[in-house]
Structures are given as structure tokens and as C-alpha cells.
Design a protein around this ligand. Structure first.
Ligand SMILES: Cc1cc2nc3c(=O)[nH]c(=O)nc-3n(C[C@H](O)[C@H](O)[C@H](O)COP(=O)(O)O)c2cc1C
Length: 151
């Protein structure tokens, strides 16, 4: 069994809809042997990160950056997990009103420092998540979980 850790900041119904779509995708038909653990960014612990095989990060864009909650999560775990988690795969989704680029850049800088490997392109969603956005979130969850299936 491998474990996918979903670290998310979900402050509103639209962001919750995206989280649900991601989670549904991780349970797509044919995906087996992958345990999915959801952790609100504000509750993330070092063991959560050490005990996972891959990471899916979800955040709103706030002031051109990732949410303070996800930043807090990185501040909490960065050095304690730095040596042990190098090379593990990650995915990312960012939701914003109109500009998610700064948040994506900020997360990518930190995960590059951690040595995590980008497994999927970042998913950037602006405005109310429509069917297309929810489907993309589902696909992101499915692709990350599929990538962690043991061969
Ligand atoms: C303090 C604050 C700062 C924000 N900064 C940005 C921003 O820089 N770029 C952006 O696209 N959206 C920004 N937003 C919008 C949030 O990303 C958005 O509210 C969040 O993704 C939740 O979506 P919802 O408001 O549709 O529920 C900001 C929202 C708040 C409350």
C-alpha cells in the first residue's frame, strides 16, 4: 500500500468543491493499493509528511502568494522532512479570483527546495469552479493516485 497525502486549505464552498473533486478522482476505477489521507494545511504534522509516498497540495491564491495556511504547513515541516522526502512526487492546484501565478511560483520554489518531483502540471482555477474545472481537479486526483500505484 502506498499513501497519497492531500494537504489543502479549504476556506469556502468553491474550494471545498475542488477538494471533493480531487478526492473523488483519487478513487477512480482501476486505482488500487493507494491510501489517500486528507490533511488541512493548518493541522499538518511532520509524521503526516514522512509517512506519505506522494503529495497533492491545494491552496487559494492570497495576495499573490499561497495561503498563509499552506505557508504555515511548509514552515512546520520543511527542515524535519528535508532529507527523508527528496524525490517524492507532488501535484498542485491553486484557486483564485483572477491571478494564481504568484501562488504557483511560491509553492514550486519551496517544493524545489525540498527536492520533490513535479508529477503533474499545476492546475490553476479562477472564479467559480465550473464542470471543466471540477473535471480537471478530478483528473489531477486520479493521475496522482495512479502514479502511486505499486507496479
Ligand atoms: C485576503 C485575500 C487575498 C486574496 N488574494 C488573491 C490573489 O492574489 N489572487 C487571486 O486570484 N485571488 C485572491 N483571492 C481570492 C481567493 O483566492 C479566493 O477567495 C479563494 O480561492 C476562495 O474562493 P472563493 O472566494 O470563490 O470561495 C484573495 C482572497 C482573500 C480573502
Amino acid at each position: 500500500m502506498t499513501r497519497l497525502l492531500v494537504v489543502h486549505h479549504t476556506p469556502s464552498p468553491p474550494t471545498h468543491a475542488l477538494l471533493e473533486a480531487v478526492r473523488d478522482g483519487t478513487g477512480a476505477d482501476g486505482i488500487e493499493g493507494v491510501e489517500v489521507v486528507l490533511r488541512p494545511a493548518l493541522a499538518l504534522t511532520v509524521p503526516d509528511v514522512l509517512d506519505a509516498d506522494g503529495y497533492l497540495l491545494g491552496t487559494p491564491a492570497n495576495f499573490g502568494y499561497m495561503s498563509g495556511a499552506l505557508k504555515h504547513a511548509f514552515d512546520t515541516v520543511y527542515y524535519p522532512v528535508l532529507d527523508a522526502t527528496q524525490g517524492r512526487p507532488y501535484g498542485l492546484w491553486v484557486h483564485g479570483n483572477d491571478d494564481t501565478a504568484g501562488a504557483v511560483r511560491a509553492v514550486e520554489k519551496i517544493v524545489a527546495g525540498l527536492g520533490w518531483e513535479r508529477a503533474q502540471a499545476p492546475l490553476e482555477i479562477t472564479g467559480a469552479p465550473d464542470r471543466e474545472a471540477l473535471d480537471a481537479a478530478w483528473e489531477l486526483g486520479a493521475a496522482m493516485a495512479a502514479g502511486l500505484m505499486e507496479t
